[in-house]
Each structure stands twice: as C-alpha cells, then as structure tokens.
Design a protein around this ligand. Structure first.
Ligand code: MN
Length: 248
C-alpha cells in the first residue's frame, strides 16, 4: 500500500498539505502535484512541450504542468516505487454537479483510475474559498475512506468524488451516497477594459444550485453530511444508445 497524493490547487496549497500529513498515518505517501494553482483545467494533458518535474524536500514533486500531467507522469515515469491508490485534494471549494466536468481535482483522480488504480477526489465546501477552515475534517474523512477501500476495494474504472462541508469533524451528520446535482448556467464574466482600450473577460463564478434535491451531492452537503458520488469515465449515455437505434 502506497498512496499518491495530487491536486489542482498546487503543491503548496493548504489542502494537499493537510491531506498528505493525515494519510501518512495509514500508508506511505508520495506527493506529486502542479507547481501552481491549476484549478478548472479539467483533464488536460500537456503534449506540446516537455514537462519539468522538480523534486522538493520530503520527497514531494512539483510539476510544471496540469493535475493530469502530475498523476500521469508519477505513474508512468517519475516514481521508482509505484503507488497503489490515488487521492486528489483537498480542493478549496466544491466539486459538485457540473463542477466535476471542469475540475482538475476530479481529473487527477480520474487519471489514476484510468491507469488502473483506486482513486478518491476530495473537496472542502464552504461559502467562500478564502474563508475555508476545516481542512482537517476532510483529511479525516479521507483517512476513513482509504481504510474502507483497503478492506473493500472498488471495481475497476470507478472513482469516489467526495465533498465535505467546512465544519468541525464532530458536527458531521454522517456520510451519504449521492448522485451529481446540477447548477444553473455560470454567472456572466467580468468585463475589464485593458490599458490599450480593448475588453478582456474574467470568467464568472459557477452558477447556483438548480437540481439540488434529496439524493444529490448538494443536498447532502447542505445537511452537513459528507457526499460520496461514484463516478465513471465512460461518458456513453447507455439509455440513449438504445433509444437512438430507432432514430438512426
Ligand atoms: Mn482547485
């Protein structure tokens, strides 16, 4: 048992530090993560230039690339001793509903999953990213889930997307298996006029909750529960596949 820890907030983010230090209680940990915040890069892989990987103190690695680059290179070339599980996070902010499509945190876990390892993506959910406090709550949840996975491994091709409310561990109201909810369309971008008079656009924040009823990730977290959504990388709409036979 050996755990690869990665993220999309960067190797110096508070979430990954908390996650790595807690997971060390369970198994040896190796950290390979982007050298800066690469949030919302989804599953991008750098193929138009070489990717530099810089060893830091304590055996951590800083990658001049994306979360997917980090996990991919860790598992295919950088590490001598291969990990047996990937845990990505703790992301500063929710990865619920449509967030999962943009998320580098989920992508890092997904890459582990694609390369055949059990994987968990874990995020801390509060009102504002800058005000998040309880990373240790999410880290303790990660420890619990990793221990469970050691006893009861997941089927291949499945990853757990975990969202934890930003509250003290003792105040958690349990764990819920959930489906992804859905958000309204993202808010409009901020338009700024550059020094030469041309407009530039700064992406607006994610939309508010739309499909957030009972059974969704949004609902669980709003009720102070840990939300666990099993995700797969097969995007095929299996129901439509049958229906489309007559359409074609
Ligand atoms: Mn992030």
């Amino acid at each position: 048992m050996r755990i690869l820890v990665s993220n999309d907030d960067g190797v110096y983010a508070p979430g990954i530090k908390s996650l790595a230090s807690h997971l060390k209680e369970v198994a040896p940990v190796v950290v390979v993560a982007p050298d800066r915040d690469k949030s919302a890069v989804s599953h991008s892989l750098t193929i138009d230039m070489p990717v530099r990987v810089v060893p830091l103190e304590d055996g951590r690695y800083s990658v001049h690339g994306t979360p997917t680059d980090s996990v991919h290179l860790a598992l295919t070339g950088v590490l001598d001793e291969l990990p047996t599980m990937v845990v990505s996070g703790i992301n500063a902010g929710a990865n619920m509903g449509d967030d999962t499509l943009y998320s580098g945190t989920v992508a890092a876990a997904m890459e582990g999953c694609l390369l055949g390892l059990p994987a968990i993506a874990i995020s801390l959910v509060g009102q504002k990213e800058a005000d998040l406090i309880h990373y240790d709550t999410a880290a303790r949840v990660a420890v619990t889930l990793v221990k469970k996975l050691m006893k009861n491994p997941l089927p291949k091709g499945l990853l757990l997307n975990v969202n934890v409310p930003d509250i003290p561990y003792e105040q958690l109201q349990g764990m819920k298996m959930t489906r992804l909810g859905q958000r309204h369309a993202a808010e409009r971008p901020l338009v700024i006029i550059d020094p030469r008079g041309k407009p530039v656009y700064w992406m607006g924040p994610a939309g508010d909750e739309k499909d957030a009823g009972e059974g969704t990730d949004f609902f669980a977290v709003r009720n102070n529960c840990v939300s666990i959504t099993p995700l797969q990388f097969d995007l095929t709409d299996h129901k439509a596949l049958k229906d489309m036979a007559s359409w074609i």
